[in-house]
Design a binder for this molecule. Structure first.
Ligand code: ASP
Length: 299
């Protein structure tokens, strides 16, 4: 089976001065995940590792460097799923966790699928994960933008994407055994209402994996993506052997047509082919397959 990995750093209007940072974050995540995938590990390991790299990169809206909510707090959402037994784990509205994707993975390994808020942080403690402080996650750039946006953001936040925000991260992998895994991690929308949760951690909406078809991870306007159950819709489009690139394009077209939504997604099919599509001005991505000589990195 051909192993493949694709990652993204969010679909939105990436300002020109941030493009390089987004590309290099995706490249670093791809390299980390690819090394793991190449050493015969399960696709879940590669997805978790790739996303941790992007969570730790302050340029992206996940983990360290996430956008702030209306109260100036960082509340994080993450989800991870595997396509063999359809096992999934997710957390939402968690504070003080450096790598929410790893917490989502702990949930996947538990008897639960979804744990939210302070109770997810307590669960992290019982699973041996440390808390971090708010200050460790907040970066100066986001704090400045939060202050600037607070007064005048009402109309822009309706659109779902401010000048930062949108650079959610995601990864989809297939390993040599044909096991598919998908993960997402995000700080969500800038200035969001406390407790607001987007598509990113929601199975079927922000992510879906089924070894018999493929996997998809979405980014963009969560309120729109949820309403068209975008990830599952995209994976279902792979039925009857439809090419993965076509499925990605059709899913993003449907997002626009049905709910006037903006966003993008990355996919792999059960044969290790990768696809992606977006209807935002940009989406940072990187992918590698065993039949490629070198990684593709783009915006
Ligand atoms: N989909 C994420 C959310 O709505 C944000 C993004 O991907 O840009 O929380």
């Amino acid at each position: 089976m051909k192993a493949s990995l694709i990652v993204h750093g969010g679909a939105w209007d990436i300002p020109p001065d941030l493009i390089e940072a987004h590309k290099s974050a995706c490249q670093a995540a791809l390299l980390e995940g690819w090394e793991i995938l190449s050493s015969e590990c399960h696709a879940l390991e590669a997805v978790e590792a790739a996303i941790r790299v992007m969570e730790d990169d302050p340029a992206l809206n996940a983990g360290t460097g996430s956008v702030l909510n209306a109260e100036g707090q960082i509340e994080l959402d993450a989800g991870i799923m595997e396509g063999g037994g359809l096992e999934a784990g997710a957390v939402a509205a968690v504070q003080n966790i450096r790598n929410p994707i790893s917490l989502a993975r702990k949930v996947l390994e538990s008897e639960y699928v979804f744990i939210v808020g302070e109770d997810a942080v307590l669960f992290a403690g019982t699973a041996g994960m440390e808390r971090c402080s708010r200050e460790e996650l907040v970066v100066e750039k986001e704090l400045r933008l939060w202050r600037a946006q607070r007064g005048a953001a009402a109309s822009r936040s309706q659109e779902g994407h401010g000048p930062t925000g949108g650079d959610t991260v995601g990864a989809v992998a297939i390993d040599h055994r044909g096991d598919i895994a998908v993960g997402n991690s995000t700080g969500g929308r800038p200035l969001k209402h406390p407790g607001r949760v987007g598509d990113s951690p929601l199975v079927g909406c922000g992510l879906y994996a089924d070894n018999t078809l493929g996997g998809a991870a979405c980014t963009g306007q969560g309120e729109a993506i949820i309403r068209v159950v975008l990830a599952k819709t995209a994976v279902d489009l792979l039925k009857r052997g439809r090419p993965v690139r076509e499925a990605a394009t059709l899913a993003v077209q449907l997002l626009r047509k049905k709910v006037n939504g903006r966003g993008g997604l990355i996919m792999v099919d059960r044969n290790g082919n990768v696809g992606y599509s977006f209807n935002t001005p940009a989406m940072a991505y990187a992918y590698m397959s065993e039949d490629q000589d070198e990684a593709v990195i783009g915006v």
